[in-house]
Design a binder for this molecule. Structure first.
Ligand code: CO
Length: 165
């Protein structure tokens, strides 16, 4: 399903993003995209400080991006391990740009531009992929993909194709 741009910046949008953050924290995740919770809109939330005991630190690091678009990115890349709340049993290495410049709108519909670096750049690129239906398994480096495929084959042997929900 296509994920559509947000065009109404109202209380409903604010509530949706609040709920997305709650779902993310409950799962101890650092990022969540709206399509992961059945909302087919271009919204991502993330917080690299998930798990901190300080409420202030947590709130200060909350990011809510509406209709994000990557406008520039580093030529340099780095490879690091990633997981995904949508695939709790799959982890593996993914190559990401070391920084990305992103234009987006805030909850009031105001246009913003921000450059995310290092871990934030990785988290953002992961969540951004969800908006275009690109999944972690599609992004894994070949070696990690092989490992994951082995795990998937074992599950298919155990349960048969389509045997597990
Ligand atoms: Co994910």
């Amino acid at each position: 399903m296509k994920n559509v741009s947000v065009d109404k910046f109202d209380d409903e949008l604010a509530n949706t993003t609040k709920e997305m953050l709650l779902v993310m924290y409950a799962a101890n995740g650092v990022g969540l995209a709206a399509p992961q919770v059945g909302i087919n809109k271009r919204i991502v939330v993330f917080n690299q400080k998930t798990g901190t005991k300080s409420k202030k630190t947590l709130e200060e690091n909350e990011k809510v991006l509406i209709n994000p678009v990557i406008t520039a990115k580093a030529a340099d890349t780095r490879i690091g391990e990633e997981g995904c709340l949508s695939f709790p049993n799959i982890e593996g290495d993914v190559e990401r740009h070391t920084w990305v410049e992103v234009s987006y709108q805030d909850l009031q519909g105001v246009n913003k531009v921000h450059r995310f670096e290092n871990r934030l750049a990785v988290i953002f690129q992961h969540e951004y992929d969800h908006l275009d239906g690109m999944l972690l398994v599609d992004r894994l480096v070949p070696k990690s993909k092989e490992k994951v495929e082995h795990t998937l084959e074992k599950l298919v042997r155990k349960y048969g194709p389509g045997g597990a929900l």
